[in-house]
Design a protein around this ligand. Structure first.
Ligand code: UT7
Length: 312
């Protein structure tokens, strides 16, 4: 089976740190409410001069440096985002320009809500299967603060800005995937170009119920495909949407919470960037060892869901 090995990771969080108390300048909320309902303590917001693409470029540069590959060996570059600065240029093509990457390979963005990174992994694998180049660059980048309604307290306290990137290589390794969608605009809605309401709005409880049902489903689907058991998985890297969702899933599966990486306290929900940011932190902290098995699962706007089994 041709799977994907992650050779290098990178992340970029904007400098501007916003605490729960800072959010009280916009909405009637409290540190206590946000912490207990979500686990979030801080998030980062872009300042003037920063953009979805600029965060993506910085994360991508680090991932390429750490992978130690020659950019000439890249077969594709995919940006995953729901908050691109412009419809064109895309985040991916800005990365091409700013990092001087080779021109004659595909560069494009995909939007699959908070599941974007999982969709991106599988699309990237497909592209590499058709390419004579071994590597691809995959970047999740978001500036959700730019599409926030700062009067919608049930939504705006949850999200943050950031980018994460990985360089992957196609090689013999375990691999399984699941992707899906169920069209809906009354659970999570993000206004786009020309929209009357260019904001993100989330019906929290509906989203919560969707997540706690879908994530275990994805995990069992991946285990079923690969013939592995829960105990064979070293790390569960879930989309960081709410600490309570991750804790709930761990409990439902009867797995120790320590196997579920969490960083939502620091960054909030960074949509398609949350999983690659988590992977970069885990790599930096030395938590990931070669040969370990990872289950990554994303879920969110669309509604969409996606999961992948990877070997580190
Ligand atoms: O990335 C996409 C995936 N996203 C998710 O998975 C998010 C899933 N959902 C959630 O994380 C939670 O539903 C939230 C954290 C968004 C909300 O928590 P909740 O426990 O579902 O709260 P709720 O929406 O039921 O609201 C409970 C109360 C309401 O007040 P009343 O009507 O009971 O008086 C809200 O008005 O909390 C109030 N409330 C707030 N209070 C203080 C809502 N937002 C806030 C706030 N601060 N920021």
């Amino acid at each position: 089976m041709k799977g994907l090995k992650i050779l290098g990771t990178g992340r970029c969080l904007p400098d501007k740190l916003v605490t729960n108390d800072d959010m009280r300048a916009f909405v009637d909320t409290s540190d206590e409410w946000i912490r207990t309902r979500t686990g979030i303590q801080t998030r980062h917001f872009c300042a003037e001069g920063e953009s979805t693409a600029s965060l993506g470029v910085k994360a991508a540069r680090l991932a390429l440096e750490r992978a130690g590959i020659s950019p000439e060996d890249l077969g594709a570059c995919v940006g995953c985002t729901v908050s691109s600065d412009t419809a064109a240029p895309t985040v991916a093509s800005t990365i091409q320009r700013d990092l001087g990457l080779p021109k004659h390979i595909p560069y494009f963005d995909l939007n699959a809500g908070c599941s974007g990174f999982l969709y991106g992994l599988h699309v990237t694998r497909g592209l590499l299967l058709q390419s004579d180049k071994p590597y691809a660059l995959l970047v999740g980048a978001e500036t959700l603060s730019r599409v926030m309604n700062f009067q919608d307290r049930g939504t705006c306290v949850i999200f943050g800005d950031g980018a994460g990137a990985v360089v992957v290589k196609l090689e013999e390794a375990p691999y399984a995937y699941t992707l899906g969608a169920e069209g809906s605009d009354d659970v999570i809605y993000i206004g786009g170009y020309g929209s009357k309401e260019p904001y993100i709005h989330m019906e929290g409880q509906k989203t919560f119920r969707f997540a706690v049902e879908m994530v275990p489903w994805c995990i069992h689907e991946l285990l079923g495909q690969s013939g592995l058991k829960l105990e064979d998985i070293d790390w569960f890297v879930l989309h960081q949407a709410n600490k309570r969702i991750i804790d709930h899933v761990a409990k439902k599966l009867g797995m120790p919470g320590e196997r579920f990486y969490q960083n939502i306290a620091h960054y909030g929900n960074t949509s398609a960037a949350s999983i690659p940011i988590a992977l970069d932190e885990m790599a930096e902290q030395g938590l990931l060892k070669r040969g370990q098995k990872l289950l990554c699962v994303g879920f969110g706007a669309g509604l969409t869901w996606g999961g992948a089994l990877l070997e580190w």
